[in-house]
Design a protein around this ligand. Structure first.
Ligand code: DAK
Length: 259
């Protein structure tokens, strides 16, 4: 594994760490390439049940796209970079496994967009989220205008993007950007606890739920409900469904096998 993105697999968790602390983990082309390689491994892995994304160091999750690199880009290169980054973030958002990001500091611009590509976000009082882009003469280019609007609504998103204001942990939580706000030392343990709670459940059911929530949110309600019904019927064909219901009847803990 390359050095700007680390992937460690332990106890069913895949720890994905953006590892470029000297630039506050800014997303250079190299980081994006390495992130793609890590996603290759996660997609191929049978051992990773939940992915936990974080940034190396004390200060930042990810402080955005690499401004020094962007400064040198022609419009064509910017287009290529943005397309590549968007494809990468889409891959992350479409992983079958649930994903949790731990916002251990600044999550700005592309860093916030990276976090928005995960399912759940955890932060603390010093977490700082924001979209500084308009102050640089650009707009959020890695789907922030869209993913943030879908998460917290268009009006609050407009305020955040138009003002480029940085929002601290408590406000980010109140806005609905963070799922959980915890003490600094609890950041990783809280993510692991959440991941552990997810892992107790039938993996195929969790994966299907993720897929239906994501795909369904893009569809008219009637079609989305139909999709849910089909997914549910399919789960009735799994061994884990039989095990889950039998365990309930027999008053014991279910043992799931992802089958
Ligand atoms: N890019 C490159 N280097 C960065 C960086 C970034 N985004 N953020 C920080 N660094 C580097 C700093 O340059 C510094 O490096 P040296 O100068 O020491 O070599 C080092 O990290 C430490 O940063 P600071 O010295 O600035 O640390 P402070 O504690 O004083 O300040 C800060 C922390 C997070 C407030 C500050 O670093 C900061 O404002 N950083 C920039 C935040 C930001 O504006 N992020 C970019 C958002 S824009 C598109 C592609 C992408 C996008 C849009 C379009 N296309 C291709 C079309 C999206 C863009 C964004 O993400």
């Amino acid at each position: 594994m390359s050095k700007t993105v680390l992937l460690e697999v332990k106890n069913g968790f895949g720890y994905l760490t953006i590892n470029r602390p000297s630039a506050l983990n800014a997303l250079s082309s190299e980081v994006l390439k390495d992130l793609n390689l890590a996603l290759d491994q996660i997609e191929a892995s049978e051992d990773i049940r939940v992915v936990i994304v974080t940034g190396q160091g004390e200060k930042a999750f990810v402080a955005g796209a690499d401004i020094k690199e962007m400064d040198q880009m022609s419009p064509i290169q910017a287009h290529e970079y943005m397309t590549y980054a968007n494809d990468t973030f889409t891959r992350l958002s479409e992983l079958t496994q649930p994903t949790i990001s731990v916002l251990n500091g600044y999550a700005l611009g592309g860093g916030l967009e990276l976090a928005l590509s995960t399912d759940i976000r955890i932060g603390y009082d010093k977490t700082m989220v924001g979209f500084p882009e308009v102050g640089l003469g650009i707009i959020p280019g890695f789907a922030g205008t869209q993913r943030m609007s879908r998460l917290i609504g268009t009006s609050k998103t407009k305020e955040l993007i138009f003002t480029a204001r940085m929002v601290k942990g408590q406000e980010a939580y109140d806005l609905g950007i963070l799922n959980k706000l915890v003490a600094a030392e609890e950041l990783l343990p809280a993510a692991e606890e959440l991941a552990g709670a997810i892992m107790k459940n039938a993996p195929l059911a969790v994966e299907k739920a993720k897929h239906i929530i994501q795909v369904g949110s893009e569809l008219p309600l009637k079609n989305a409900i139909r999709l849910e019904t089909e997914a549910e019927a399919l789960l009735f064909s799994t061994e884990d469904k039989v095990e889950g219901m039998r365990a309930f009847v027999e008053k014991r803990k279910a043992v799931f096998q992802r089958k």
